[in-house]
Design a protein around this ligand. Sequence first.
Ligand code: R7I
Ligand code: MG
Ligand code: MG
Length: 311
Amino acid sequence: MTIAMNPITRDRARGLLLGLALGDALGAPFEGRALVSADDLLAEERAPSRLVHTDDTALALVLAGHLADHRDTTLLDEDVLAREFAEAWRAEPWRGYGEGTPRVFGLITAGVPWADATRAFYQGQGSFGNGAAMRVAPVALVATSLHHAAELARRTAAVTHAHKHGQHGAACQAAATYLALRSDPARPLAVPAFLHDLSRVVRSAPWHEKFDRVAELVRHRPDPEHAGRALGNDASALGSVPTALLAFLTYPDRADEAIRYGVRAGGDTDTIAAMAGALAGARTGAGSLPEKWLRRLDISGRLWSLADHLT
Ligand code: R7I
Ligand code: MG
Ligand code: MG
């Protein structure tokens, strides 16, 4: 047991949500590109246009709002949460949703219970996509323990992702965010202990193999293209959550660099950078995020006030 129980400050809660949204919005223009050069990313960083968030942030906002609404009661009401996710998609279907989740949302909107809707695709097993992991970070703000973070995450995942790896992905990202949020920023992050703690709540051989690979890669500090190839950069949970973890563990004290690393890993760039940004922002706080990025972000104000509601 290595968890430092530092208090959650408002700055770190804001950093979690804003880091997620910045990673999403900076990564979005490159989603699906195998390679993202440093020059291409720099051009995007310097552009004057608004940074526009996608489904990753839109659904994280829904979840954060849901947790704030249920803070003093049940924390989660899965039936309500499923409907709230589906409503967000119906209101803004153009926000870059993948192919599978909108089909689930369509069934939920038509009145099909989420437990049936999520199994209607992928041969009854449900999705192992990263869509539950990308939006899950806010649960770390209300979880009372590492196990609680993982358990809450699995419950939020189940309303869209029935497959065990979709749920492991959410548990991994939520538990990692919990650890990042509670870590002592005045001390270097202890990577082996961090990964050991994650392996206690994500009990699955393929995930443990990924954690071992992350431990090795952190030591060698590969460039992000190599990391994307070595660990994965697709839209599956197992093929993207560990890569975001590597981005954070490579730059635990530099949220901007963790986000850049996530984008430059290629593939599912918005989602990998969103997850890396949530982790790093939770450790370093909103004060560490580049001002010039925050000024361009389309929904800074809402994220800011939700973070304050949740702390
Ligand atoms: O998980 P999900 O919401 O996707 C999130 C992604 C992020 O990149 C967002 O930024 C947005 O672009 O979408 O949506 P799903 O469609 O359920 O899963 C994502 C992808 O994982 C799918 O398009 C499939 O390619 C793959 N996938 C599967 N493939 C085969 N068999 C997920 N589950 C399966 C499966 O069981
Ligand atoms: Mg997206
Ligand atoms: Mg994506």
